[in-house]
Ligand binder design. Sequence first.
Ligand code: URA
Length: 231
Amino acid sequence: MRLDKFICDCTGLTRSQAGKVIRQKLVTMNGELVKQAALQVKDSDVVSLDGEQLQLIGLRYFMLHKPDGYICSTEDPEHPTVFTLMDEPLIERLHTVGRLDLDTTGLVLITDDGQWSHRISSPKHHVAKTYRVWTADPIPTAAIAQFSEGVMLRNEKNTTLPAQLEIVRETEALLTIHEGRYHQVKRMFAAIGNKVERLHREKVGGLQLPDDLAEGEYRALNQQQLELLRS
Ligand code: URA
């Protein structure tokens, strides 16, 4: 890889900023000052910027337990973002896989791998998402059939894809959906004349939010958990 690209990938500097630090004689390779941005960097080379060794950061995959009141976007003038809960280098490269509403809690996936997040969130792939829902009014058993057949949401042309509803108690249920329309769960309950009071995402694909991941905490996904997201 070219030296200037290597510097960009390690630091988040732009190509022109990388060229500038090279010209400013701030970059060494294997202890020698280097002046050419086009120089090739091999795996065994040690590149330093201003005396600090640079390390390539590979693609990263995290799960986070989102608390109420945090927003799933990179910036917001009014609310803290989920990224403020993380302590990672080059945090600006990370994005959430889809979004949960401000007041929804639970499992959020975070990555800097755009292809991976696209595959999980794209409607084409129908990755299942399971939510625990608490409602204002009792959930009738007829809702199981309604959601399994699909309901028409306000201002939409097509009914929702078949979704699985398991009623846990009068005003609590687990709902599994296979798409991710705007405010989908809240709108599905609104479509049957009920109101979601609280919403918590427990599962994406085969990956369950672990019991020992407290609200506000996050951790890297291991290989086995990444596999579960393929299922
Ligand atoms: N459906 C909603 O209505 N809100 C969410 O945050 C997620 C799914």
